[in-house]
Write a protein that binds this ligand. Structure first.
Ligand SMILES: [Zn+2]
Length: 473
């Protein structure tokens, strides 16, 4: 019936134009889409977006197929899925809630459309920001959060759920259940290795993903076999690569060696074959790693760059900046020998990244941005982390995958993210240069689509200007 009607209209008119009836909030035309799965470039692509979801993708313009709210001519620029920072923190005490909240738009300003909060002492706020962002009441990246992390009694970090017994541990996991957290984090500053392993197994039984630090007396393969889904920080993979790792662990457990004195011994005993065999176990068990190398690099080279002239300092409140000091003070006490060692350790750690990739370990990009971790700035640090991945041997495509595919995979969200095609979430970044040629081109950001809103370059600059203004008030 419709077809006949259309035909008759066409007979009457010299040009056959069908009026669109469907609505689209945003239509993007003339984009070169970077396929982060295959590394292919698809030119002259058009996307239609409604309610934050891609409703159509075509190699023909979609501009006239919808009643379009906002049309963006991408002008042959490169577009790809928004970046994920899979290790950030919001914290520093209740008096820093406002300063932490002000970091959220900065992530968008740098093309980070999703963050994973890896626990601290402001979980209640983070949980409410998660909802506010999802409801478009707050400008910021999509937030996934662990809520407070599992620890032992008298943990060195504030805000943890401290447990000493199996009963307390179960109750703690119950409380995380009630908070509706997205995954569970565990660290070991005060948790016994035995209870740590029990907790990992219990969390897995309840169907959560779990990531964390690793007790020194356990190996990466122990925790991977117990079910840990992701190892936070590459230092544990450095330790695993030492040929005499079991012996060193025993000495640390017995108190014969301190953690700090063990580090140079580990660094001197790195062995490629040992690394590859340990990493193969991780790959086989589907245990990922979140390297967070940028923090190690900043501190290793703090004697060469004290970061006092960083532009980004203008975007941070005084309270957050003050939390940076302790790590700097500690590093400044290092002797020339220790400074040499920490640089060597950073390089050797970063060099293991290709071995992890070669072994098939899922590498997830994350930064440790937030409070405490000196000069690891929200947003920009993810680009710096990616540059390190590339400098130490990952291909640009592998590097992009660590920030677009590995995060969704860890959180079980691959159906929704990682591709610009029909049905996927419209988290999109616009780049003026090809990131497959040089991953630093992720820094040539010209636009972002997040939560059904398009930010052009002026909007992104405005988000930074706002942060600056708030930080100085
Ligand atoms: Zn962290």
């Amino acid at each position: 019936m419709k077809y006949t009607l259309l035909l008759s209209t066409c007979l009457l008119l010299s040009a056959c134009v069908t009026k669109p009836t469907e609505h689209a909030d945003i239509v993007i035309s003339n984009a070169t889409i970077v396929d982060v799965k295959t590394g292919e470039l698809n030119k002259e692509q058009s996307l239609a977006i409604r309610d934050g979801v891609i409703i159509e993708r075509s190699s023909h313009s979609l501009k006239n197929n919808y009643i379009v709210e906002q049309h963006i001519d991408a002008n042959d620029q490169f577009i790809m899925p928004g970046l994920w920072d899979m290790h950030v923190h919001f914290g520093g005490g209740k008096e820093l809630i406002a300063e932490n909240k002000q970091l959220l738009p900065l992530y968008i300003a740098y093309g980070i459309t999703t963050v994973r909060d890896a626990a601290a002492d402001l979980s209640e706020s983070v949980l409410s920001w998660r909802e506010q962002v999802n409801n478009n009441q707050l400008v910021g990246p999509t937030i996934y959060t662990s809520g407070p992390k599992l620890e032992g009694k008298d943990s060195i970090w504030p805000g943890d759920l401290e447990v000493e017994t199996v009963e307390e541990m179960n109750a703690a996991i119950d409380s995380l259940d009630e908070m509706n957290v997205d995954f569970i984090k565990i660290t070991d500053s005060a948790l016994t290795p035995a209870l740590y392993l029990k907790a990992v197994k219990e969390v897995k039984k309840r169907g959560y993903q779990i990531s964390g630090h690793i007790p020194f007396s356990l190996s990466v393969t122990d925790v991977s076999n117990a079910g840990l889904d992701a190892i936070e920080h590459m230092t544990y993979l450095l330790k695993a690569a030492a040929i005499n790792e079991p012996e060193i662990s025993k000495k640390v457990a017995s108190g014969e060696l301190s953690y700090r004195s063990a580090l140079p011994i580990i660094t001197e005993n790195i062995d490629k074959k040992t690394a590859l065999s340990k990493y193969a176990v991780l790959a086989n068990n589907n245990t990922a790693v979140v390297p967070t190398l940028i923090g190690g690099q900043v501190i290793a080279y703090i004697d060469e760059d004290n970061h006092q002239n960083d532009e980004f300092l203008n975007y941070l409140g005084e309270g957050l900046k003050a939390t940076y000091q302790w790590r700097v003070d500690r590093a400044n006490k290092d002797t020339p020998e220790q400074i040499k060692q920490r640089k060597e350790r950073f390089i050797k750690t970063a060099q293991l990244l290709v071995l992890a990739q070669q072994a098939g370990v899922s590498i997830i990009a994350g930064t440790d941005a937030g409070f405490l971790n000196s000069y690891i700035y929200p947003g920009i640090s993810l680009h710096q982390e990616l540059a390190i991945f590339s400098d130490y041997g990952l291909t640009p495509l592998q590097t992009l995958q660590s920030a677009t595919l590995a995060g969704p995979k860890f959180l079980g969200k691959s159906e929704q993210f990682g591709e610009l095609s029909k049905g996927k979430t419209a988290d999109i970044i616009f780049l003026s240069d090809n990131p497959l040629i040089d991953v630093r081109n992720t820094q040539k950001l010209t636009g972002v689509v997040s939560h059904n809103r398009y930010y052009d370059q002026a909007d992104l600059a405005q988000l930074k200007a706002q942060a600056k203004q708030l930080a100085n008030n």
